[in-house]
Design a protein. Structure first.
Length: 341
C-alpha cells in the first residue's frame, strides 16, 4: 500500500476484491422481482405495488423485519424462481467485486409451504454453478430456523442429506432472543460429524452468553453478527485469540435498530480489539444496500481508513471456507489492488 499517495477511498472500497460471508438469499429478493414472480406464479401479494411494498420496509427490530421477509418468500415456488433470485444476487455481487459468496438459504421457509428441498437447492445450486462464468465462487450454507424445534431441524437435515454435495455448511438464523444456540446442540453435533462447516447468528440482538454457547456448545467456526460481544471483555479476548470471524452487517444493524446510527456502530472497536471482523449485507433488498453500500456508508459515517479497508477485505477471505490455495489467490488479487491504489 502506498501510504503517501492520496487514495480515493470510496473508489477503492468499491473496487477492492472481497468475499461476502453473510447474505440470506431470500433477503436479496428485490420488490420488482417479487412482483414479477408473484405474477408468473399467480400469487397475490398483500401490497398494491412495488412502492407500497417498499413503504412497509420500516422496521423496529429483528422480528418486525422477519414477519415481512417470510411473507415475501411466498412467491418462490419453482426451481426457476430460486435460480432467478440467486442469479440476480450473484450478478449484483459481481458488480461489487465479490470474488466469493457463501450464501445462506432457509429451506424450512419453503418446505413448510410444500416446496421440496430438491426444488429449492436445485435452483440455488444451478445459479451458483453458472456464477463461475461471472468470476464469482459461490457456495451454499443451509440455515435452520431457530424459532422452530430441534426435531424440525433434524428433519430438515435429513431431507437435505441426499443433496450433501450442494452445500458446504449449516447455520442458525431467525428470531434470536428466547432461542439460544444450545437448543440446537444435538443437530449441530451431528452436522459436525458429517464434516459440515458450522456457523450461527449470535449476539445480533441476543446477549454475549449466546455467543459463548455458539462457540462452546455448537462449536461454530464463525459468528454471524456478534456485535453484542463488545459488552463482554472476556468474550472479546476469546474471539481475538481463536481468530473467530464475525460477519458484521452494518446497514442491517442500522435498519433493525441494533445501533441508533451508523456513526455509533462498533465495527472500529471490533477491529481495534484484533477481531477478524468482516462487512456483509445480510438482507440487501430489505436494508437498502448491497455489500459495497455497506462499506461506503459505514466508512463515511465512522471515519475508517484505507488500512481498515484492507484489513476487512483480507479478513473476508481468511474467514471464508475457501480452500487454502483459493484464499492465497484472492489475497494476491487484493494486494495487487492496494499496491496500485
Ligand atoms: N434471517 C434473515 N436475516 C436475518 C437476521 N438479520 N437475523 C436473523 N435471522 C435472519
Ligand atoms: Zn443474517
Amino acid at each position: 500500500m502506498h501510504a503517501s499517495v492520496p487514495t480515493d477511498l470510496p473508489a477503492l472500497l468499491a473496487a477492492m476484491p472481497k468475499a461476502e460471508l453473510h447474505i440470506h438469499i431470500e433477503g436479496s429478493l428485490e420488490p420488482e422481482l417479487m412482483f414479477q414472480l408473484a405474477r408468473r406464479n399467480g400469487v397475490t401479494l398483500p401490497y398494491a405495488s412495488v412502492e407500497d411494498l417498499r413503504k412497509a420496509y420500516a422496521f423496529s427490530n429483528l422480528q418486525s423485519f422477519l414477519d415481512i421477509y417470510y411473507a415475501g418468500a411466498s412467491v418462490l415456488l419453482h426451481e426457476q424462481d430460486f435460480h432467478d433470485m440467486a442469479w440476480a444476487y450473484l450478478q449484483r455481487a459481481r458488480h461489487d467485486n465479490v470474488l466469493r459468496a457463501e450464501i445462506f438459504f432457509d429451506p424450512q421457509t419453503h418446505t413448510a409451504r410444500g416446496v421440496s428441498m430438491e426444488t429449492v437447492m436445485g435452483g440455488l445450486h444451478r445459479a451458483c454453478t453458472d456464477a463461475k462464468n461471472l468470476g464469482v465462487d459461490a457456495e451454499l450454507i443451509l440455515c435452520f430456523l431457530r424459532h422452530l424445534s430441534e426435531q424440525e431441524a433434524f428433519e430438515t437435515l435429513e431431507a437435505a442429506l441426499p443433496l450433501r454435495d450442494r452445500f458446504i455448511g449449516v447455520g442458525l438464523d431467525s428470531s434470536e432472543v428466547g432461542h439460544p444456540p444450545e437448543k440446537f446442540a444435538r443437530v449441530f453435533a451431528r452436522c459436525r460429524e458429517l464434516g459440515l462447516h458450522l456457523v450461527a447468528h449470535a449476539g445480533e440482538e441476543g446477549p454475549p452468553e449466546y455467543v459463548w454457547s455458539a462457540l462452546d456448545v455448537l462449536k461454530v467456526e464463525r459468528i454471524d453478527h456478534g456485535v453484542q460481544s463488545a459488552r463482554d471483555p472476556a468474550l472479546m479476548q476469546r474471539l481475538a485469540q481463536d481468530r473467530i470471524p464475525l460477519t458484521v452487517c452494518p446497514l442491517s444493524n442500522l435498519k433493525l435498530r441494533v445501533f441508533p446510527d451508523l456513526a455509533q456502530h462498533n465495527l472500529r472497536a471490533l477491529l481495534d480489539a484484533g477481531l477478524v471482523a468482516t462487512v456483509n449485507s445480510d438482507d440487501p433488498a430489505y436494508f437498502g444496500g448491497y455489500i459495497n453500500a455497506n462499506f461506503l456508508q459505514t466508512f463515511a459515517a465512522t471515519g475508517l481508513d484505507v488500512r481498515h479497508a484492507y484489513q476487512l477485505a483480507r479478513n473476508s477471505f481468511e474467514g471464508s471456507f475457501a480452500q487454502a490455495s483459493a484464499k492465497r489467490r484472492y489475497i494476491e488479487r487484493l494486494d495487487v489492488e492496494f499496491n496500485a491504489a
